[in-house]
Ligand binder design. Structure first.
Ligand SMILES: [Zn+2]
Length: 157
């Protein structure tokens, strides 16, 4: 099931950890609770992933979109993670430094939180970019998170 021209529901729910550990991480479009999560994922595809693909011209699949509560717990994420609601996606583009990618998102897209995660200065390919988006009430907040802590702004850790 496509959520946007280049991105599918299965890409937005795929998790290697869930597969390896046998943790359920699928969504059923016929279930009203899941349908709301799928709508949130569709918004991410249309407003974040498609514009990134268009601007950079590079095909990619997100590394993490939806996380079921069980998967989220297995990953050690906070219960409040926006991934559980289908409101967050992690991604990187082959050959593009993650700081540059995060800066492009900041300068061009709508988002709630934009986080440069586990990026190490001097290692352009390290880490990944996390973007969350809600239908309304977006805070437009940028953070850098790494082993040393949580810092405001992008790449200033
Ligand atoms: Zn994330």
């Amino acid at each position: 099931m496509h959520l946007s021209p280049h991105f599918t529901l299965s890409e937005m729910t795929k998790s290697q950890i869930a597969l390896r550990r046998g943790i359920g991480n699928s969504l059923d479009p016929g279930n009203p609770d899941d349908a709301e999560v799928i709508n949130n994922l569709r918004l991410l595809c249309l407003e974040v992933l498609e514009p990134v693909r268009e601007a950079f011209g590079i095909p990619f699949a997100p590394s993490s979109g939806y996380r079921s509560p069980a998967l989220n717990t297995a990953l050690g994420s906070k219960p409040t993670s926006q991934h559980v609601l289908g409101q967050a996606v992690d991604f990187e583009l082959p050959g593009i430094p993650n700081l540059k990618l995060a800066q492009w998102v900041r300068d061009h897209l709508k988002y709630d939180q934009l986080i440069l995660e586990f990026h190490e200065p001097g290692e352009p390919a390290s880490g990944w970019v996390h973007v969350s988006l809600k239908e309304t009430g977006n805070r437009r907040r940028e953070l850098t998170i790494n082993r040393k802590g949580v810092f405001p702004g992008l790449g200033k850790a």
